[in-house]
Design a protein around this ligand. Structure first.
Ligand code: G3I
Length: 583
């Protein structure tokens, strides 16, 4: 009988992994119940526990099942709780290594709704942060993660204090972390990957690939499957690759991508069925009639979509059908790419608009479960941008298709943008507008080149932009995925990409700040969704049916009965946020 040994509290000790970007200060556990923490007033004097107290309790009242917490009861004296600085650091070192402190807070019922107070962080008696915001956004009964910056101070103290300048109030806190910029990101630690957190909240972070990038023993191959949970063929599934000669199909490159994805539990986007570019030369040369062209396209779609039926989650059915320079508003129609718009399109020029409607119908017939997108570039910004007219044009077309009963599910915004062009707030407006008409709106080919990204300022701006887009993906159900168009800065389709640095990884696959900010963003929502490995004590058992991950963050079993976990091969797994060791 295999013994199931739960290794818990691995996160309880103040162990700071050298490679981790966050350092646990304290996670209150059941062995600490009853422990008192020291409190100090604003002048640094100890506050007697008869006035204010901070005691570890088992919180049985809160709806969120907060677990074991530090119960802080502040009396008629503003009181701050004192903790050890992790890793034996003093205030000077801690305030230069850590840039942020976070902790979860829960305010018990019966407290006043308004929790107005200034948060203060000090190392010893030296104040590092005194927030100016008058209101602490921590409504009663709702678990919140609060986050405050750590400002550099000089202090030899090995302790720090936190609290709010409020009197006669109560609150619970738990899971106190310091956060540092992670220079030696450990891509082999699943807990540090965007994929791990994205998986937990059902979102996709994807990357375009070619078969020659999928060698699992290479850092590149490992970076792909460890950090992303979706792939798309950069060229492997395009018309010229899959039907190089009429009626002769070649799936070898696409099959390699699908097999890699299946092995690493990744989803696959299909790109793309009908596009004016990379359509096989025989289609252009054939001088076919409209009827013949439509027959060619139908045959292509049924063969290609049919070949990967059930293996490809979604397809870019048509790509770049919208003309540039639209200047349209919502409801003002659209002009399709074609000779009459000054841009050729073999499909539109030979078939007219109906090839779009037909392509969606055929793709849906070939794989009724596939999610079907229209994909385009220079769309995404709703207002105040040179893209806005084309964004409204693609919106008008997608809306028309949907209203005509065509099986379209969403719009892909390629977003080959740039640091100077991207306005994240305008992208969010577009996602909202598509949400209103029941269509998905995803990011399919993102890259954000800079003008002078060797400057740390541009790297920070790019990181904020990438994180802002990831934040939209996390917040909108109709925006389930974000795909970047390339893995490392020297592997982009863009000219001069080593200089403009458009992607998430360095040429040596070290994670850039942009990637780490995406990790933080997905992690924030995973923690908020309470699916992060917050180790609970024995009293909070695992659910009866669980997903099982290996330490690479790859799902090794879905919806497994708890009692069956013991049947797994011996090893260390992550189950419901706990590290589980099977002998
Ligand atoms: O396969 C041939 C190879 O046999 C030949 O030796 C070689 C020599 O030129 O060319 C190879 O084909 C290249 C193909 O990529 C596959 O590597 C083409 O020349 C090259 O033009 C093509 O570039 C691709 C481009 O689409 C074509 O428009 C890029 O890799 C790809 O990143 C890019 O992706 C597009 C999306 O599909 C749609 N949105 C825009 C995006 C960027 O253009």
């Amino acid at each position: 009988m295999k013994k199931l040994l739960l290794i818990i509290c691995l996160f309880c000790f103040s162990v700071a992994y050298a490679a981790d970007k966050k350092t646990l200060v304290h996670h209150f556990n059941y062995e600490e119940i009853g422990t008192q923490f020291k409190l100090y007033d604003v002048s640094g004097n100890v506050v007697d526990s008869s006035v204010s107290s901070a005691t570890v309790i088992k919180d049985e009242n809160s709806a969120t099942g907060f677990g074991n917490v530090l119960h802080v009861k502040v009396g008629d004296v503003v009181s701050y709780i004192e903790f050890e600085i992790p890793n034996g650091l003093n205030g000077t070192k801690a305030s230069s290594e850590f840039h942020t402190i976070t902790f979860t807070i829960l305010r018990p019922d019966g407290q006043p709704e308004q929790f107005k107070g200034t948060f203060t962080l000090s190392f010893g008696n030296t104040v590092s942060n005194k927030t100016s915001s008058a209101e602490i956004d921590a409504p009663v009964g709702v678990e919140k993660t609060l986050s405050y910056s750590v400002n550099k101070v000089s202090s030899i103290s090995k302790k720090f204090r936190i609290g709010f300048n409020v009197k006669n109030s109560e609150y619970y806190i738990d899971d106190i972390y310091f956060w540092s910029v992670n220079y030696n990101y450990d891509y082999t630690d699943p807990l540090q990957t965007a994929r791990y957190h994205a998986d937990q909240i059902g979102k996709n972070l994807g990357v375009c690939v070619s078969p020659n990038q999928l060698n699992e023993s290479s850092r590149e191959g490992q970076t792909i499957y460890r950090n992303f949970n979706m792939v798309v063929g950069e060229n492997a599934m395009k018309f010229d690759a899959t039907e190089p000669r009429r009626g002769q199909f070649n799936y070898s490159s696409g099959d390699q991508i699908v097999q890699f994805a299946q092995k690493h539990d990744m989803e696959v986007r299909g790109h793309t069925l009908a596009w004016h570019s990379q359509t096989s030369q025989w289609v252009h040369d054939g001088n076919y009639s409209k009827k013949e062209m439509l027959a060619i396209l139908k045959n292509h779609i049924f063969n290609v979509v049919g070949h990967w039926k059930g293996q490809i989650t979604e397809w870019d059915v048509v790509n770049e059908v919208m003309a540039e320079n639209q200047g349209r508003g919502v409801g003002q129609g659209y002009q399709l790419r074609g000779k009459n718009s000054g841009q050729e399109s073999v499909w539109y020029d030979r078939c007219g608009e109906e090839f779009i409607d037909s392509a969606f119908v055929w793709a849906h017939q070939a794989d009724p479960d596939a999610i079907l997108y229209i994909n385009d570039y220079n769309i995404g910004h709703w207002d105040n941008h040179y893209e806005s007219g084309k964004t409204h044009a693609i919106y008008n077309l997608a809306k028309r298709l949907k209203e005509d009963g065509i099986p379209i599910h969403g719009v892909g915004m390629q977003m080959h943008t740039s640091i100077s062009n991207l306005r994240v707030a305008e992208i969010e407006k577009t996602v909202q507008e598509f949400e209103k008409i029941g269509l998905k709106c995803i990011i399919t080919e993102l890259d954000i080149p800079g003008n002078n990204p060797s400057s740390s300022g541009e790297q920070s701006t790019q990181a904020t932009q990438y994180a802002g887009l990831a934040d939209i993906i996390c917040r909108y159900d109709n925006a389930p995925s974000m795909v970047v168009w390339g893995i490392a800065d020297n592997k982009s389709w863009l000219e001069n990409s080593e200089a403009t640095k458009p992607l998430l990884f360095e040429p040596n696959f070290a994670a850039k700040k942009s990637y780490l900010k995406i990790v933080d963003t997905f992690e924030k929502y995973a923690v908020a969704a309470n699916v992060e490995p917050v180790v609970k004590d024995e009293i909070n058992p695992l659910p009866a049916v669980v997903d099982v991950y290996n330490l690479m963050g790859q799902k090794v079993a879905s919806q497994m009965l708890l009692e069956d976990i013991e049947t797994l091969p011996a090893g260390l797994y992550i189950v419901g946020g706990k590290k589980v060791y099977i002998r």
